[in-house]
Write a protein that binds this ligand. Sequence first.
Ligand code: SF4
Length: 512
Amino acid sequence: MQPTSPAPTAAVAVPRTARKRVLIVNVFFDEYRRTTGSPYRVPQAMAPCFLAGAFSARACDVRIYNEQYSGVLRDADLLAWPDMLVLTGLTSAYDRMLHLTAYARSLNPRVVVVAGGPGVRAMPGRSRRFFDYACMGDIEELQSVVREAFGAAYVADEDFPRYDLLEGRRILGYVESSRNCNFSCSFCSLTAEGRGYAKYDLDYIERQILATGKKQIVFIDNNFYGNDRRFFLARLDLLGALYRERRIKGWSALVTGDFFGKTENLELVREAGCKALFSGIESFDTETLLSYNKRQNTLVPQVEMIRNCLEAGIIFAYGVMLDPATRRLADLRREIEFIVGTPEITMPAYFTLVIPLLGTPYFRDCLNKGLLLPNVRLRDLDGVTVAMHPRDPLDDVVRFARDLPSLRGYRGRVMRQVMGFLAHYRGRLTPLQLYSAVLNGALICMETFATSPGSIGSKRPRQTYLAGTEALDPQYTPMIRVAAAFEGHFRPTMVTDESGALADDVAEDLSV
Ligand code: SF4
């Protein structure tokens, strides 16, 4: 399957007065209830830029807004402006789509609301009740929506990302060369959706890279390595040529654990200009990996994999997921102590609780075993809030969850780990790479400052870190008066009821 753009449509003249106004928003809820945006997070959501490519620039005025980057969208004039509002975002931010729908419809009853993303795909029945178009497919589906809602004249001749709409301050260029994944980890939303690994053609990839206008390229593929070696090598040829011609200064990508099983791969990507790789380590515990069906991470011992990568001159970034519903706290703490006591590896970019994403095998397993807590809201499934019955006393686990993202109690050891890392890799990694590796420790210990300096001192609600009682974001209170018919849009979507069974909000979509 090639997710390249559909055949160009014939250009049709559109009178100036008939131009359509389109607002595309990436909705976002911050784990720490910050509302100011996190412009320094990497990667940034690129869906608005890619979705904007569906609209004819001759016939439509398109604006994009990314709440993750710019903070909460509070501009009522902007929400009143569009003829079409397009919404996308992570599952935990699904409710935010409802908020913006309520505002847009209250301010302009004729607005067409289109929504997509994993939350919409996991809850098609619920979504069709709120949105005019609930997209079940990929971004190309938007062209069909535009054709049906506005007419063929409003569809782009070619579906190509609108990098020109992004803020000019960015230093990284984001590019996609493939979609989906050839593995089936039990907790992953891609597994729930079951769509096959798909590739773009090389010419399209090169055009994307050059169109970003940036020298540092980040591939946002779910799995850059994939299961097609010829395609992998062809992309390295392309990137190597661009790198040698100095048209790019370097690139980074996400690869799966099997990439590290072929020793020549590290040499190949470095020669092609790769500066950093991200891989979902998830856990250093083999039993845990096997329980997630993440066998690809057991092919090469994890520490060896990270060390090989760093010694090849490539930064290794990863995240760690901890699951108090299946492991004891003492076991989880041992894993953290192992990480902060091993200076040959980078510190994780983040620590998170495992999230039972709707529709995944992991979610179903938790549901069948009665592990979901009562009154869990969709908003609670953010990796920070305890949403499942733990093996240890709940109060202890809630304290653990509160301390986890910033590794409270381990900060001294994190700093020692970072100093040991610097001593070990000085001379093997460039100063910029060393800086970015050290940044991981800073991001963890000073989460607020590192990614969102503008939020320092801002007032945030006190958090409980427990599903059902966690403070809701201020966005759940309407910022303007909305029509009575839309007041329910500000009620959080419930995942479980008071007994821990599926709540009515999601039962239609998630009952087996
Ligand atoms: S390897 Fe990553 S992207 Fe692929 S299924 Fe597993 S978690 Fe999802």
